[in-house]
Design a protein around this ligand. Structure first.
Ligand code: FMN
Ligand code: 173
Length: 388
């Protein structure tokens, strides 16, 4: 068990870290304030960020008692990968902002717990390094660039590196306005880079562009404008045609991230996707989008059992995983908690956070009288407040 470090690591004040929220507090104390806010923050008034958390808290579980729960089984299989629990690490940019172990540390941590990691296009290590750290347990998150040749190159690299699925992010035609980053004048430190784009001509994000003084999030003087540099790369004209193109051009199963409506679940199905992730990007894109847990039912309706439905956003407890699975998610992804663990104790800390979430899920399954994932269904949860 990890212990919080006291001043200069004084052991006498060290307290055990009992849950993900404890890691958040320890990470906040350890990280520079601008990095904490980059990770923690959402878009606009952070309404959606708060809604994701509130939706999990609102739902109560209907416990069944006197059920034999001597053996619990949290295992599942998702797109050909065997998982110890229906849990994965959501794609996040720049893990080395919080710890030098970076994405390869995260990927090793997840694999050690029998889970998988989605590596971001904007990872601070290359997809080759990350995939090599956790063979068979890495998916690749793709941002589709204006330059389709460059996009196809990245897809080819991810596949050659051994990634077993592609996750196309659909909710970021432009970057959301993260006001904490603007107020802090957040700048990507000069030693952190989007490693997959190394040497990329003309992007302004790689090579010399980065080495010279870093990237500012808010267009403030003293660094490059992160939002502007990302805008130069990402294609705001992206449509479902690109999904069809990707589904045809790569043998890897394709997952669409950011689907929040039944209509878009139907389009994902028709375009050849294998799955969708109900996600509002952790409240970092459209502020005002609903909580993901509240959008899950309609996306499941649209998916109609033809494609799988996953969920991310606000998962902080094993109990949250149980609730999402009960409402139809085959896989639940968690983002910020893994960066909290990584910030506190590198790979070991990330692993501890994932282990805690798994243990909490196992205990919640026992105490709710549902010892297998198959027993988690709509009858597991009490009606949401306000439902009739
Ligand atoms: C620091 C940070 C960086 C992120 N970078 C990406 C990214 O590169 N690509 C992407 O599709 N989503 C990205 N996301 C969104 C996550 O994949 C995920 O949707 C979200 O974090 C889930 O919410 P949670 O953090 O509340 O678990 C990022 C989120 C955070 C917090
Ligand atoms: O911060 C994010 O949420 C994110 O998705 C992103 C995208 C491109 C570069 C850096 C971060």
């Amino acid at each position: 068990m990890l212990r919080e470090q006291g001043p200069r690591g004084v052991a006498a004040t060290a307290r055990p870290l009992a849950c993900a929220a404890d890691y958040a507090a320890a990470a906040r104390a350890a990280l520079p304030p601008d990095v904490w806010d980059y990770v923690d923050g959402g878009a606009g008034d952070e309404l959606t960020l708060a809604a994701n958390l509130a939706a999990f808290r609102r739902r109560a579980v209907r416990p069944r008692v006197l059920v034999d729960v001597a053996h619990r089984d949290t295992r599942t299989r998702v797109l050909g990968t065997d998982l110890a629990a229906p849990l994965a690490v959501a794609p996040m940019a720049y893990h080395r902002l919080v710890h030098p172990d970076g994405e390869s540390g995260t990927a090793r941590a997840a694999a050690a717990e029998g889970l998988l990691t989605v590596a971001s296009t904007f990872a601070s290590q290359t997809v080759e390094e990350i995939a090599a750290a956790a063979p068979g347990r890495v998916w690749f998150q793709l941002y589709c660039f204006r330059d389709r040749g460059l996009t196809a190159d990245l897809v080819g690299r991810a596949q050659a590196a051994g990634c077993t699925a592609l996750v196309l992010t659909g909710d970021a035609p432009l970057m959301g306005r993260r006001e904490r980053d603007i107020r802090r004048g957040f700048v990507l430190p000069g030693d952190i880079e989007p490693a997959n784009l190394r040497g990329l001509p003309g992007s302004g994000l790689a090579g010399g562009g980065l080495a010279g003084g870093g990237l500012a999030a808010g267009g403030l003087p003293g660094g490059r404008d992160l939002a502007a540099a990302t805008r130069e790369l990402l294609d705001p004209a992206l449509t479902w045609d690109a999904v069809g193109w990707l589904a045809e051009s790569s043998p890897l199963p394709l997952v669409i991230k950011g689907v929040m409506t039944a209509e878009d679940a139907v389009l994902a199905r028709e375009a050849g996707a294998a799955a969708v992730i109900v996600s509002n990007h952790g409240g970092r894109q459209l502020d005002g989008a609903p909580a993901t847990l509240d959008a899950l039912a309609e996306v499941c309706d649209g998916a109609a059992g033809d494609i799988e439905v996953y969920l991310d956003g606000g998962v902080r407890r094993g109990l949250d995983v149980l609730k999402a699975v009960a409402l139809g998610a085959r896989l639940v992804l968690t983002g910020r908690p893994v960066l909290w663990g990584l910030a506190v104790a590198g790979e070991h800390g990330a692993r501890e956070v994932l282990r805690l979430l798994k243990e909490e899920l196992d205990l919640a399954m026992a105490l709710s009288g549902r010892p297998s994932l198959a027993r988690l269904g709509l009858d597991t949860l009490a009606p949401a407040e306000g439902d009739t």
